[in-house]
Structures are given as structure tokens and as C-alpha cells.
Ligand binder design. Structure first.
Ligand code: SF4
Length: 339
């Protein structure tokens, strides 16, 4: 891990287990491990991507590190400028309200994440009012400034969300996340519900805002081609666990985990002359209620050996900053993207 001055947050051994209760007495029968022993860090000013199929635990991880959901176990240490490092999980309710000024979230669905009964102005103002950050005049000024920076026209502030397209709504959602000037934003699949042409505009906006305000992003996505272009480092999740983590270029050119290789082989190449053989993942992602023994990827892995169904692979650093959890990560030569 780089020097502590560069790190914004460290996630240590994070777990979120959901008990499944049955019967009249609500006896716990099974446990769903939505997030299991996840550890990573995010540097100040970088975009860290979390990718994986639906049900891999990436959104739950994003919510846990904002404490929008209580974890079963684990620490999330924030290193905010001008403050001593603190564990988010140990904050009181009152301290948690204060913390909201430093970390916000952009949601996936710009249609359901905005209250249809509130005007655009009230939606953007909500975090300022909830945290009692500014009074009347200053509050109005901040709303106008933030709207302008997020490409939301001032004349739209009196209107309601239904009057806008998906791209405009997502800009309003970004303005709401940014109005408190937080240094850290969790972007939960912010472009996956948008048309491709609008996706590029929103990604450019996020990039411009990051540069202007030195923002740090956790970017959650299932689309690897988006992640490849905007993330500095990437973590790959599967069934609640991190399988691989590296600097983006290194991950895309030299993946060490078979699951990462399979995900990459499915990315359509921009050059039609480049043909790639997609690696077919057999079967669906297993049920998190009954995950496979050993490496949870073994029923779908084309490189699986007998040890894979018995022992859980260790999370190890194979080259500086490149981590993977596979028994054969040091031996396999896997294909990255041919770009
Ligand atoms: Fe495949 Fe085995 Fe590696 Fe798991 S540990 S990814 S099953 S080779």
C-alpha cells in the first residue's frame, strides 16, 4: 500500500452476512455471505473500479463503506485531510450525520432515485438541509453553482424530475451528490441505465468534476469497457469476494484470475478486424445461499484442478499492487484485452 498520506480509505476484512430464518421461531437456517472478507484501499484523487456480475456484492460493498448499511464485521478507515484517521464503523449516529458531508453516492437508476414530488431545486438542496450546512442566501447560491457545474440549467430548478430525460436526471443526481463538496463519491453503476451516447456525456462530466474538485470515486460497474477507460485501479468481485485487484492497464493486459480473463473475453473489440474467442462461462453464478466449496468459481472455471473444489485460494500479491485469489495465479498465462 502506498504512503498513508495518499490513501483516502482502507477497507479491512469487510463482511456482510444475511441470516435466512425459517419456522415459527425464526431459527437461522443458512447465511448469505453478500460480502466476505473484502479488503482494499482507495487513494486520494483516483477512480477505483469494482466490477463483477450481478450478485457479486459490489453494490453492497459500496453501501457498507458509506455505512448506508451496517456490516457484520470489518473496518473502514478514512484518512480525511485535516482529521485524524477514524473507523467509520465506530462513529455514533450524530458523528455519522457529520460524516455525510465527506462521502456521497450517485445511484444507478436516475428514474427511481429522484423523488417525483420534489422540484429539482429541493432535490439538490436536500443534503444541505439535512446536514444544516448553509443558511438561506448561501444555500441558494450553492445550489445554483452546483447545478451549473453539473450542466443542469438554472431555469430547470423549479421543474419536477418527470420533465427530464435519463441523462438530465442523472446530472441532477450528480448535483445532489456534489452539493456538499464531498471529497469522496460512490458511483453505483451511474451510466448503466443510460443510452450509449448519453453515457459518454455523463462519464465526461464525472471526469471534469473529478479534475476540478480533486474528487475520489469508487466506480461500481458491470461493463468492463467503461471501467477500462475511466478507472485508475480495478477490483474484480465474484460471489461476495474480491478475486483480483490491480492497476487498470496491468489488469487488462495481464489478468491473473481466470474469472477476469473470462469477463474480458466478452468485451466487444472496437476494431472489427480483431477477433477474440469469448470464454464461455458455463452455468449461472451459483446461489450465494449454497456457494461451492473451495474456490467458489470452480464449477465454471476452465482451469479448475482437484484442489480448487477443496481449498479456498489465498489472496496474494503477485507483483507490486497486483493481487489475486487463485491457486494457479502464479502459473497461468491468461489473455488480456487485445487492444
Ligand atoms: Fe479456477 Fe482453481 Fe483458480 Fe479457482 S482457484 S479460479 S477454480 S484455477
Amino acid at each position: 500500500m502506498p504512503g498513508e498520506n495518499h490513501v483516502l480509505l482502507e477497507v479491512r476484512n469487510l463482511r456482510k452476512y444475511f441470516p435466512i430464518r425459517r419456522g415459527a421461531f425464526g431459527t437461522v437456517k443458512k447465511t448469505v455471505k453478500a460480502v466476505d472478507r473484502v479488503s482494499f484501499f482507495i487513494n486520494k484523487g483516483e477512480t477505483f473500479g469494482l466490477v463483477g456480475e450481478s450478485g457479486s456484492g459490489k453494490t453492497t460493498t459500496g453501501r457498507l463503506i458509506l455505512r448506508a448499511m451496517e456490516p457484520t464485521e470489518g473496518e473502514v478507515i478514512y484518512h480525511l485531510d485535516g482529521q485524524d484517521p477514524f473507523d467509520l464503523m465506530k462513529l455514533s449516529k450524530k458523528e455519522l450525520w457529520e460524516f455525510r458531508k465527506y462521502a456521497q453516492m450517485i445511484f444507478q437508476d436516475p428514474y427511481s432515485s429522484l423523488n417525483p414530488r420534489m422540484t429539482v431545486r429541493d432535490i439538490i438542496a436536500e443534503p444541505l438541509i439535512a446536514t444544516k450546512s448553509l443558511q438561506k442566501e448561501a444555500l441558494s447560491q450553492r445550489i445554483r453553482e452546483t447545478a451549473r457545474k453539473c450542466q443542469v440549467s438554472i431555469e430547470f430548478l423549479r421543474r419536477y424530475p418527470h420533465a427530464f430525460s435519463g441523462g438530465q436526471r442523472q446530472r441532477i443526481g450528480i448535483a445532489r451528490a456534489l452539493v456538499l463538496n464531498p471529497p469522496f463519491i460512490v458511483c453505483d453503476e451511474p451510466v448503466s441505465a443510460l443510452d450509449v451516447s448519453i453515457q459518454a456525456q455523463i462519464l465526461n462530466l464525472l471526469g471534469d468534476l473529478q479534475e476540478e474538485f480533486n474528487l475520489t470515486y469508487l466506480f461500481i460497474a458491470h461493463d468492463l469497457s467503461v471501467v477500462e477507460h475511466i478507472c485508475d485501479r480495478v477490483g474484480v468481485m465474484y460471489l461476495g469476494r474480491l478475486f483480483e485487484m490491480a492497476v487498470t492497464k496491468e489488469l487488462f493486459f495481464h489478468p491473473r484470475h481466470p474469472y477476469t480473463e473470462a469477463l474480458m473475453s466478452a468485451i466487444p473489440a472496437a476494431d472489427p478486424l480483431i477477433t477474440m474467442d469469448p470464454i464461455k462461462l458455463t452455468g449461472e453464478i451459483p446461489s450465494p445461499i449454497n456457494p461451492p466449496e473451495g474456490c467458489t468459481f470452480h464449477p465454471r472455471c476452465i482451469y479448475a484442478q482437484p484442489i480448487c473444489s477443496q481449498d479456498i485460494p489465498e489472496w496474494k500479491e503477485y507483483s507490486p499492487g497486483h493481487y489475486a485469489a487463485c491457486h494457479f495465479a502464479g502459473e497461468l498465462t491468461l489473455k488480456g484485452t487485445a487492444r
